[in-house]
Design a protein around this ligand. Structure first.
Ligand code: 13P
Length: 277
């Protein structure tokens, strides 16, 4: 099915959208989530930045209602690989339709705690795409893998594994976003260096190109995730290969989100030549 490319920036001349996505993980009650989302939406109105809030499943409706009328997308943090069935406690893609328009798949916390494999994550991607949910595919190496010089190999393997059964053109139309999240940087206060994240983003696009991605991978947005704050976001936004961030802990703080999205807005202005004009 052909859908319009779900980005807002092509007309501004940026090759890819700039995305700031909030992953709230297992935080907030529905009432807290609604209030927090409304505050963040109000404080991050920056032209040209795609904003996404991913609360827990039970908070999706509250966040959707709280940001109604704002240009803020709502995302789920996971989706089951089957449509329905005897899967106690799980949530399928058709259940998310109307609640969310994006979905995170393959987060390292799910790989680690729930044994999610690349093959399973590939099936989740399929469900997301079938239901018009824009996927954020998370990939990233462990510390020991980076120290052994295997980071690119590991991340490339995760990408190939998840995309193996997919048509790259279809994923491109669905607006797939990759989030490079080195596991050792998540929740540790120790972020990757911008240059290393940029190198990985280019490696990710090379693998996409190999797999037959349209425009040789150039249209694939790659975010960085891992201890992003308003104080270090510039390290990533100054790298043209990186298209924004998937933010965990800091995304629960309105001041932090306001700072991060404001910096992303400067990147958009710089890229579109509107800075200082
Ligand atoms: P932190 O920003 O808390 O390190 O989490 C990153 C993350 O896992 C986002 O998905």
């Amino acid at each position: 099915m052909d859908r319009p490319r779900p980005t807002t920036l092509w007309h501004h001349g940026l090759m890819r959208p700039i995305v700031i996505a909030a992953n709230w993980k297992m935080h907030t009650t529905p009432m807290e989530a609604g209030e927090l989302a409304a505050t963040i939406a109000r404080r991050t109105r920056v032209p040209g930045v795609t904003r996404v809030i991913c609360p827990p499943f039970v908070c999706l409706a509250a966040v959707r209602d709280a940001v109604a009328g704002e240009d803020v997308a709502v995302g789920a943090q996971n989706v089951h690989h089957e449509l329905a069935g005897a899967y106690t406690g799980e949530v399928s893609a058709p259940m998310l339709v109307g609640l969310a328009s994006w979905v995170i798949v393959g987060h390292s916390e799910r790989r680690r705690d729930f044994g999610e494999t690349d093959v399973l994550i590939g099936r989740k991607l399929r469900r997301a795409v079938e239901h018009g949910l824009r996927p954020i595919l998370c990939i990233g190496e462990q510390l020991a893998e980076r120290e052994a010089g295997r980071a690119v190999e590991v991340v490339a393997g995760q990408l190939r594994g998840a995309l193996a059964e997919h048509d790259p053109a279809e994923l491109d139309r669905a607006g797939l976003v990759v989030a490079y999240e080195p596991v050792w940087a998540i929740g540790t206060g120790r972020n990757a260096r911008g240059v290393d994240a940029a190198e990985m983003a280019e490696a990710i696009r090379s693998v996409a190109a190999e797999l037959g991605w349209p425009e040789a991978g150039a249209s694939l947005p790659v975010l960085y995730g891992g201890s992003v704050t308003s104080a270090n976001i510039d390290e990533f936004l100054t790298e043209p290969a990186i298209d924004g961030a998937l933010v965990g802990g800091a995304s629960l703080k309105p001041d932090e989100m306001a700072g991060i999205v404001a910096r992303a807005g400067l990147r958009v202005e710089a890229a579109t030549g509107t800075l200082g004009s």
